[in-house]
Design a protein around this ligand. Structure first.
Ligand code: S3P
Length: 448
């Protein structure tokens, strides 16, 4: 769990010549799914490259509470002895998902069609986030929910004893909602159908197919229609988790805005439903190249090379790209501050219900650092000041949000005066080696 300890103030100071190889940790989305699907198959799933961040460790603990055996070898391989679809035991304690919206929403889906009762909670950030987007479709399967007002955690879900399959049109672009419905559909008889208007990350679909479920996606002009046949026997897998593009974003963007930098980030997952940031950066004029593009474990991967890019230009980010870079807008807004011209980001309402209201959190810090930002409910713009012209000298609040803390630490590497965040503790939820990795590249990031 994060956000329960003593705050860890951190500061970031002007740096030049970041260089070297940035081995970022495993993909958070894929790590959660590996543990959950491992727990829902019969036999032993082996996982290498699992992200050992707090969010994922909370999901590992939850899977143990549901009866799966989850262990880690000294060489870093994780073993999950699953209990099979429909085999979850009722946990004898509250499931605490810490800071993780992905963890809690996916686990709610996975348990909602089993006849067990489970109480979920999280940290101060997670307990503010909307859960009705998941519990509404789970009710269609027959699950019942009692939570706080406005569908907030802590919350108890009574899983359906005789679940019905569901056809569900996801009303918000959310891979978590889509995945919760698919995981619930695993233990319902017949076909569960999920329809999404905008393509969101498809790791659940890819991994379900890998575990042997019958799942098909039909792509029409209007939507993606995903059909899953319920009550399969899932076969355990050997999974290699690719490195997380959302974590890679931080050393990549740091290299682009610090003079003389040349950083290689190897083996990055480049699933098209995740790679929107890198397309956007190249459109801004970033010196960013893909090397050795290949496929590993059903996911496209490549090495990314990022070099200092003096002449970045502000652009209009296409709204239909939002889902493929939803977690990267905070750090993109930092890069935009060092570009010339305006960067316009539209269709990003979802940013307001992440670990924090990310538009508000970034806008406040950017303004304090001397950058003009305009915002509306589902859009914001950054007036780029150009390289060497961002004053900095601000103390920014991280709002229990790992990506806000890391985005500001990247920013301080190129501002004239240092940037401080009030609490870098949440970084451990997704990128526990952030400080050492960035320090190893030559970034001057300090505690205090
Ligand atoms: C995730 C989906 C996204 C993303 C989150 C991880 C996932 O959330 O922001 O960090 O693993 O499914 P939404 O589904 O709420 O967009």
């Amino acid at each position: 769990m994060s956000g329960h300890g003593t705050p860890i103030p951190m500061s970031s100071h002007k740096s030049t010549g970041l260089s070297g190889v940035a081995d970022v940790p495993g993909d958070k989305s894929i790590s959660h799914r590996s543990l959950i699907l491992g727990a829902m198959s019969v036999g032993e799933t082996r996982i290498t490259g699992l992200l050992e961040g707090e969010d994922v460790l909370d999901t590992a603990k939850a899977m143990q509470a549901f009866g799966a055996e989850v262990t880690r070898n000294d060489d870093g391989t994780w073993h999950v002895h699953g209990v099979g679809v429909g085999g979850f035991a009722e946990p004898d304690h509250v499931i605490d998902c810490g800071n993780s919206g992905t963890g809690v929403r996916l686990i709610m889906g996975a348990m909602a069609t089993s006849p067990i009762t489970v109480t979920f909670t999280g940290d101060a950030s997670l307990n503010k986030r909307p859960m009705a987007r998941v519990t509404d479709p789970l009710a269609l399967f027959g699950a019942q929910t009692v939570g706080r007002s406005s569908g907030r955690l802590p919350m108890t879900i009574v899983g359906a004893r005789d679940p019905l399959p569901v056809r569900y049109d996801v009303p918000v672009p959310s891979a978590q909602v889509k995945s919760a419905v698919l995981l619930a559909g695993l233990n319902a008889p017949g076909e569960t159908v999920v329809i999404e208007q905008e393509a969101t990350r498809d790791h659940t679909e890819r991994m379900l197919a890998g575990f042997g479920a019958q799942i098909a996606t039909e792509v029409t002009n209007e939507a993606r229609v995903i059909t899953l046949k319920g009550q399969p026997e899932l076969n355990p897998q050997t999974i290699t988790v690719p490195r997380d593009p959302s974590s890679a974003a931080f050393p990549v963007c740091a290299a682009l805005i610090t003079e003389g930098s040349d950083v290689l980030v190897p083996n990055i997952g480049l699933n098209p439903t995740r790679a929107g940031l890198f397309t956007t950066l190249r459109e801004m004029g970033a010196d960013l190249t893909y090397e050795n593009a290949r496929e590993e474990g059903g996911e496209p991967v490549a090495n990314l090379r990022a070099r200092f890019s003096h002449d970045l230009k502000g652009i209009e980010v296409p709204p239909d790209r939002a889902a493929s870079m939803i977690d990267e807008y905070p750090v993109l807004s930092v890069v935009a501050a060092f570009a010339t011209g305006k960067t316009v980001m539209r269709g990003v309402k979802e940013l307001r219900v992440k670990e924090s209201d990310r538009i508000d959190a970034m806008a406040t810090g950017l303004r304090a650092a001397g950058v003009s930002v305009e915002e509306g409910e589902d859009w914001w713009t950054i007036d780029g000041r150009g390289f060497g012209n961002v004053p900095g000298g601000a103390t920014c609040a991280s709002h229990l949000d790992h990506r806000i803390a890391m985005a500001f630490m990247v920013m301080g590497l190129a501002t004239e005066q240092p940037i401080t965040v009030d609490d870098g503790g949440p970084i451990a939820t997704s990128f526990p080696i952030f400080e050492t990795l960035m320090g190893g590249l030559g970034a001057d990031i300090r505690r205090g």
